[in-house]
Design a protein around this ligand. Structure first.
Ligand code: ARG
Length: 711
């Protein structure tokens, strides 16, 4: 049965079911067909499907977009004001920071529009339209133009995107970008057209002691007291079209923006989230879950663990280093901790058992159906072969990205050739490129000595994680890693300005051949290439997955959602408390009083700024207080979110903004693999806490005045 058919068939059984559907990252374009809109209304939604997604008019989806490269943001004023998480704006805040202007520590408030700061490499992407291209892909497979496996590969999907756009009137218009994505493991395909604005300015950010309160200790945890927000604004040219930064650009007029509700929330209230979940793997076999634990997750845990320890020490010792490495540290630590939590939760929540049961049922269902029979066994066999080489690759990838200093092999090879051929013009050109490579490595946020320390810790550690035959060949000969690393960090051409200038003055083949960093890079690349070649021999799982997922969905009597792939999704559910362990009940919200309970002036993660402390103690919360006089901080919902959703709006039944999603809870970190209705919670910061901070701490009433506030 084709996917479309089983979605329809599945819906007939639907209304006999309880409307308990918190699991699911639903595609807006299928809301009617899959009847998710009916379930949402049953749970309390007061809007129509066309209020949320309307291909022919303005709807809620137009108030939400991709912030930067991996987060969600929402429009909260008619003048393009964007709300997202503090941790999503973090790299922008960090890049504007120095020891003199430490916006990480002090926060940033643009008191006037002229003070809003432009950001290189920051964009905001609206979903312009969504077009079903499944029939086109299937026709290409049928006519033999491509194989079924190729239909899932980048080159084909990119080419198809271009072909489709060539026919579109939007083609070539400013900021228009289009991409075809596979859904349901390649059982359907959509072309998504984005309108990308590239002049996005920083408007406000609280100090990290508020926006990142609790730091790494509280990350992925509840109860939470982090006011995880930052504010940006989209600028456009005079016609409202996307344009690169220009002082002449003006705030984008946004036809759809979210009203902000200060009405407050209660347990079981309807809540929904629109955003861009990055990746989930909800349809794995038990063998693949084990594979994930032993490869990707374990590699992140082990390798990042070594690097983070070094960075922690160096950052504590110097303000300059702290600012330089703040964003790198947070990024690396986030999924290091996630991997630890996921591996634990998979065991605690009996995910392997749940997957084994699913396979048992699938195997019964598959009997006598040639397209499904034996699929699980084949996946298991392929996985068993893949695990060792995948493990090796994952460790090598983590290793490579943990150490920043690197010499570009390509450039050096070209230089060598140009020198041998005595091609003077080429040598001159390459000198320029080497100079840029040097600038790129030794950038504002790089410290050669910190990187050297990471290398010294990590190189010997790698031989505990991988066997000699799985490591670059220098592991066969090096006995003193300190000396090996020092040689690279002192004597290679790109190690410092003096070395580079010396080389550029008189470039020689001999100097290139003697470069210790280049030799090390080559050895690594050889090792990694061999691993990739080995991996290519493992059976391709694409088609087995496609069949397994199609079968699983046919088997169920409820509509299916596709794994997250950083396309726009809607999840609906309720505000809800939870009970992670015997006798432990977690209330669905926290208050600012908890900030003071957690305060620890000796621990930088739990410092409370004096002004905030004073406001809390004086109960000076203005209109943001709850009826009992306390100030709400964060709250929990049953919404199904993951990384990429960060910054997503949490909305009430009328589509008003009540919070910003920013995290998940520890007990459900197996959620990307298996959603647990009892345990999985989305953690959001209450919009009243956000507005309180903007208003009373930032004194940025001009921003509050732009919003539509519902009391
Ligand atoms: N865990 C959250 C997420 O992935 C927040 C991460 C940033 N915070 C941090 N302390 N590193 O969205």
């Amino acid at each position: 049965m084709k996917l479309k058919n089983f979605i329809l068939a599945a819906t007939t059984a639907l209304f006999t079911l309880q409307s308990q559907a918190d699991e699911g990252m639903w595609l807006l374009q299928l809301m009617q067909q899959q009847h998710s809109i009916d379930l949402m209304k049953k749970q309390g939604l007061k809007l129509e499907a066309s209020d949320i997604y309307n291909p022919n008019g303005v709807s809620l989806k137009d108030a939400v977009g991709i912030f930067g490269g991996g987060c969600t943001g929402e429009i909260i004023s008619p003048d393009g004001l964007v709300l997202t998480n503090h941790h999503c704006g973090y790299s922008a805040i960090q890049r504007h920071s120095s020891v003199e202007h430490d916006y990480l520590t002090d926060g940033f408030w643009a008191m006037r529009q002229e003070d809003e700061l432009p950001n290189e490499r920051l964009s905001f992407s609206f979903v312009h339209s969504i077009i079903d291209v499944t029939d086109i892909v299937n026709a290409d497979i049928k006519s033999g133009k491509i194989s079924e496996v190729e239909s899932m590969t980048r080159p084909y999907l990119n080419k198809l995107s271009q072909e489709q756009m060539a026919k579109s009137e939007l083609n070539g218009k400013p900021g228009i970008r289009a991409q075809v994505y596979p859904f349901y493991a390649g059982n359907s395909f959509y072309l998504i057209i984005y309108k990308v604005y590239s002049d996005v300015r920083m408007v406000a950010a609280p100090p990290s002691s508020i926006g990142k309160f609790g730091g790494e200790t509280d990350n992925w945890m509840w109860p939470r007291h982090t006011c995880d927000f930052s504010v940006f604004r989209i600028y456009a040219d005079a016609n409202g079209e996307p344009a690169p930064y220009s002082p002449n650009n003006v705030p984008l007029k946004t036809p759809k923006y979210l009203p902000v509700s200060l009405k407050g929330l209660n347990e079981n209230d309807y809540a929904m989230v629109l955003g861009f979940p990055g990746s989930t793997s909800r349809y794995l076999t038990a063998s693949e879950v084990r594979e994930r634990m032993q490869t990707t997750n374990q590699a992140e845990i082990d390798v990042r663990g070594v690097r983070l320890e070094v960075l922690r020490e160096k950052m504590a010792a110097s303000d300059k280093t702290r600012i330089q490495y703040a964003n790198k540290f947070a990024g690396s630590s986030n999924y290091w901790k996630n991997s630890i939590g996921m591996n634990e939760a998979i065991i605690d929540n009996k995910v392997l058992e749940a997957k084994a049961e699913q396979e048992r049922q699938f195997n019964i269902f598959a009997q006598g159906k040639p397209e499904y029979e034996g699929v699980v066994a084949k996946i298991n066999a392929a996985v068993e072969k893949a695990i060792p080489v995948e493990r090796q690759m994952d460790y090598l990838v983590e290793y490579r990205s943990a150490i920043e200093f690197r010499t570009p092999i390509d450039l050096m090879d070209q230089m060598k050739e140009a020198l041998q051929k005595k091609d003077k013009a080429k040598v001159e050109e390459l000198k320029g490129q080497l100079n840029s490579a040097f600038e790129q490595i030794h950038n504002k946020d790089y410290d050669h000595e910190v990187d050297r320390a990471v290398a010294k810790a990590l190189m010997p550690a790698m031989s505990e994680f991988l066997s000699l035959s799985e490591l670059p060949d220098y592991y066969q000969t090096v006995t003193d890693f300190d000396a090996y690393v020092d040689n690279i960090y002192d004597n290679s051409i790109l190690a410092n300005r003096t070395n580079l200038d010396k080389f550029l003055k008189k470039p020689t083949v001999k100097a290139i051949d003697r470069d210790p960093s280049l030799a090390s890079m080559r050895s690594f690349t050889d090792c990694y290439t061999k691993a990739v070649e080995k991996y290519m021999e493992v059976e391709d799982l694409t088609l087995l997955h496609k069949a397994y997922i199609r079968g699983l969905n046919e088997m169920k009597d409820t509509p299916a959602y596709s794994d997250a792939n950083f396309t726009m999704r809607l999840t609906y559910g309720n505000v809800k408390s939870y009970e992670p362990r015997d006798a432990v009940h977690y209330k669905y919200y926290t208050t600012a009083d908890g900030v003071l309970e957690k305060e620890d002036p000796t621990n930088p993660e739990f410092v409370v700024p004096a002004k905030l402390k004073e406001l809390i103690q004086k109960r000076d919360f203005g209109r943001y207080a709850m009826a009992d006089g306390t100030l709400p901080a964060c709250f929990l919902t049953t919404n199904d979110i993951t990384g990429g959703n960060s910054g997503s709006p949490v909305m009430d039944a009328e589509g008003n903004l009540i919070g910003i999603a920013f995290d998940g809870n520890w007990e459900s970190l197996s959620g990307d693999i298996n959603f647990d209705n009892d345990l999985q919670r989305c953690i959001a910061v209450d919009i009243r806490y956000v507005l309180f901070v903007i208003d009373k701490l930032g004194n940025c009433q001009r921003l509050i005045n732009e919003m539509k506030i519902i009391q």
